[in-house]
Design a protein around this ligand. Structure first.
Ligand SMILES: NC(=O)CCC(=O)C(=O)O
Length: 306
């Protein structure tokens, strides 16, 4: 959808909850219910009712990554509602219920999805009707070996095979997961689908977050002239993998417009379409790109200017 004068702005709430043990899944779900209710209540009280809420990656249990994978759930096909979700999938059911209860769009972070032969690290998007409107299986898995942190996500998960966008009353969004932030090509490919924002549920590590978290989000926002909204797990120490926190929103000029500290926190931000349009009109990268010079990364649509 090309941005029009009538595309309304969106009020966004980013929920940063602390990484929790998978064994405490039911308590964590209860906490998420409370935090979303708090975000909705606070935003109404402030006169800017929240439209879309974002949760982090593996929000329902990551403190012990080895244990997380035993907490896999079935995620139904797009179009499913609460009644279609197996009872075993308690987190998935909760996401559908929360969206419907509060009449909000919910980017339900990610959970471990039952897959074949391994598992997927999967994000879901829910409409205010409690309907699953989109899901994204993390396609770029976090396999790294640095002195400060070594991780092999591909030992547990299979990669997804596609990128993800979804349409809302506030325009079209791109959706990618944590490590996928590092791939400029993912954001470029999403931006060429006429989106106005990219959402990244994340569980970024503290050592790599200190190096790159803010820089990467600002770069993705600036390069693609989109808003970027990132929900990271909050910090618990000690832990096998310590999370960075610092959930944030960046605007199309690459400026951080809202940010959290390390612990549990709700971050509020507005997706302002005038900022998107003015940035693209003032610095018209979308119409100036020379895909004839970099054809190996694709040929196609340009980002709409205004
Ligand atoms: N869960 C992840 O994908 C972690 C990504 C991360 O920490 C990074 O540095 O990249």
């Amino acid at each position: 959808m090309t941005l029009t004068q009538t595309t309304p702005n969106a009020n966004i709430a980013i929920i940063q909850l602390r990484a929790a043990s998978p064994a405490a899944k039911l308590e964590t779900i209860a906490r998420v219910r409370e935090l979303v209710a708090q975000a909705v209540g606070q935003s109404h009280a402030a006169g800017a009712p929240v439209d879309l809420v974002i949760l982090p990656e593996l929000w329902n249990g990551l403190a012990d990554p080895d244990e997380s994978i035993t907490h896999d759930e079935v995620i139904p096909e797009v179009g499913a509602r609460v009644g279609d979700i197996p009872a075993k999938s308690v987190s998935v059911r909760a996401l559908a219920e929360i969206a419907a209860q509060h009449n909000i769009w919910l980017v339900g972070g990610t959970i471990v999805e039952t897959g074949t032969p391994k598992l997927y690290n999967t994000a879901t998007v829910w409409s205010p009707a409690g309907e699953l409107v989109q899901k994204h299986r993390k396609a770029h898995l976090f396999d790294i070996a640095l002195p400060a942190v070594t991780f092999k996500e591909s030992a547990a998960f299979d990669p997804g095979q596609s990128l993800c966008t979804f349409q809302t009353p506030w325009g079209k969004f791109g959706l990618a997961i944590c490590y996928e932030l590092r791939f400029a090509e993912v954001a470029i490919a999403l931006a060429r689908q006429d989106i106005s924002a990219i959402i990244y549920p994340a569980a970024f590590t503290k050592p790599t977050g200190e190096l790159h978290w803010e820089l990467l989000h600002r770069a993705r926002a600036l390069d693609n002239q989109v808003y970027v909204f990132a929900a990271c797990l909050g910090r618990v120490e000690p832990a096998k993998v310590v999370m960075y926190g610092h959930s944030l929103a960046a605007n199309p000029l690459g400026q951080i417009v809202a940010t959290a500290a390390e612990g549990e926190e709700i971050v509020y931000a507005t997706l302002d379409h005038d900022v998107v349009k003015d940035t693209r009109a003032g610095i018209p990268l979308g119409t100036q790109r020379r895909f004839d010079l970099y054809a190996d990364i694709g040929v196609g649509a340009v980002i709409s200017a205004a």
